[in-house]
Design a protein around this ligand. Structure first.
Ligand SMILES: Nc1ncnc2c1ncn2[C@@H]1O[C@H](COP(=O)(O)OP(=O)(O)OP(=O)(O)O)[C@@H](O)[C@H]1O
Length: 282
């Protein structure tokens, strides 16, 4: 679905992401963990075009969509190595909006919704933009109804349908995170990158966000950055550990938990149910 090869990002003398080979399958929920400063956010930024890599490639599999020619000035290129069903598109260095339009969406650590718009409008506008009607707000009533209906379907999924008419600013932090996932879903993504969706969420709301992560993973590829190890162990099909920019483990959750190198770098002292976060950098 999404893969990187030799992906590297240097900031001056600091190598924040170091020669990372990574692959995410469709419908897989992979968690990316590691100590503070390990390079997780930088890796996300490379996948979504916010940063341009110093070296290496990011590729996306064009499963159902026809492979476009990159004639719009963007940097995405086609690379069909195994026929149409398995064609990979090189998206290295493509702009964030282009990568989003190809089906890779992210939610942010910092809440990223329009506070003065209603919950419904936040999702409806995102659906409208994804449907190619972003600049055509008043196109016709039927189109608008279609986007409103789609938005309600998404709000149902993120458990916010009963809050549809409230301004987003009225939501709790946890409910805002649900809304962010809803906004990301409105873009009809194939790949969802979730950057600490539980950060700042009250303990009563964590279960709801975890349920939502598990639900969206049933029909999307999900890459999750999460510091709460109980959640990582519960939801992940696979866990990748970054330390000083490099992958030090890539395996199923239990194997990663028991890996001595991971214990040293990140998990020192982690016991299931022990409140959660991995340790700081060794
Ligand atoms: N724009 C930048 N310029 C210079 N250095 C940067 C920049 N962005 C990140 N870094 C450095 O790159 C390294 C990786 O940072 P990054 O934010 O990717 O880590 P992280 O794993 O997401 O950390 P955290 O868990 O604290 O969010 C850090 O040493 C950071 O200081």
């Amino acid at each position: 679905m999404l893969r990187t090869s030799g992906l590297t990002k240097r900031f001056g003398g600091l190598t924040a992401v170091d020669d990372v080979d990574f692959a995410l399958d469709s419908n897989e929920l992979c968690s990316l963990i590691g100590p503070n400063g390990a390079g997780k956010t930088t890796f996300f930024n490379l996948l979504t075009g916010v940063l341009t890599p110093t070296a290496g490639t990011v590729e996306l599999r064009a499963e159902d969509s026809p492979v476009n020619t990159a004639d719009d000035g963007a940097d995405a290129r086609n690379e069909s190595d195994e026929g149409d069903a398995d064609s990979w598109r090189d998206i290295t260095g493509a702009a964030p909006h282009e990568i989003a339009s190809l089906g890779v969406h992210r939610s942010y650590q910092v809440t990223n919704v329009f506070p003065n718009s209603t919950v419904l409008e936040n999702v409806r506008v995102a659906a409208q933009a994804a449907g190619g009607d972003g600049a055509n707000f008043w196109r016709n009533a039927r189109q608008l109804d279609r986007y409103i209906e789609e938005a309600y379907g998404i709000l149902d999924r993120v458990d916010l349908a009963d809050r549809a008419e409230e301004p987003a600013s009225a939501l709790s932090h946890g409910a805002k995170r649900q809304l962010e996932v809803g906004v990301a879903l409105a873009g009809d993504p194939d790949v969802l990158l979730l950057d600490e969706p539980n950060a700042g969420v009250s303990s009563e709301s964590v279960d709801r966000v975890v349920d939502l992560i598990e639900d969206v993973a049933t029909d999307h590829a999900v890459l999750l950055v999460e510091h709460n190890m109980d959640i990582v162990m519960e939801v992940s099909d696979r866990v990748v550990v970054l330390n000083q920019g490099a992958v030090i483990a890539d395996d199923e959750p239990a194997a990663v938990r028991d890996d001595p190198a991971v214990q040293r770098a990140y998990l020192g002292g982690y016991e299931p149910g022990s409140a959660g976060d991995g340790g700081e950098a060794a």
